[in-house]
Design a protein. Structure first.
Length: 156
């Protein structure tokens, strides 16, 4: 006998209703970029990364880019996805505090890495300062929802 249960209201992202699966055969491009309430910052195509490479990216690419685009601002709250390369002690030493971020979204359908990289760059250029402000303003609510959902999926 097969039983079926209808999903309740607002249960779309409950762990029992989300099917995880491994994808294979797709091309991937690893990228790192930053935004704040004023707009988008730099975007970098990166490799699979280590803590040392991430620390170098922060120190040699992000900080100079941030200083150039946001002169005079010295308060930075870095949000990241809690991957081991982002939480290594050597990386944490770069920042006084590091916080968790939402799960990254990965939806590319390009056939080659170069096509995917071009799509990522085009999407990055489409990010407006208004969108960045809305995202920055919504972070408290987003993080509260992640905590309330014990770190599982949220509607965001």
């Amino acid at each position: 006998m097969v039983s079926s249960r209808r999903r309740g209201l607002r249960e779309r992202f409950a762990p029992r209703n989300v099917a995880t699966r491994q994808q294979s055969g797709r091309c991937t491009v690893h990228v790192w970029g930053w935004i704040d309430g004023e707009g988008r910052g730099s975007l970098h195509r990166i490799g699979r990364g280590t803590a040392a490479a991430y620390r170098s990216l922060l120190a040699n690419d992000f900080l100079p880019s941030y200083d150039e685009l946001r002169p005079g601002k010295d308060h930075i709250v870095l949000q990241q996805d809690n991957a081991p390369t982002h939480t290594a002690r050597t990386v944490q030493n770069v920042w006084g505090i590091m916080t968790q971020q939402l799960t990254p979204r990965l939806n590319g359908v390009a056939l080659t890495e170069e096509q995917l990289w071009e799509e990522v760059q085009a999407a990055w250029q489409a990010v407006t300062p208004t969108l960045c402000r809305r995202l920055a303003d919504s972070m408290v609510e987003r993080l509260e929802e992640v905590v309330a959902n014990d770190g599982n999926w949220t509607r965001y």
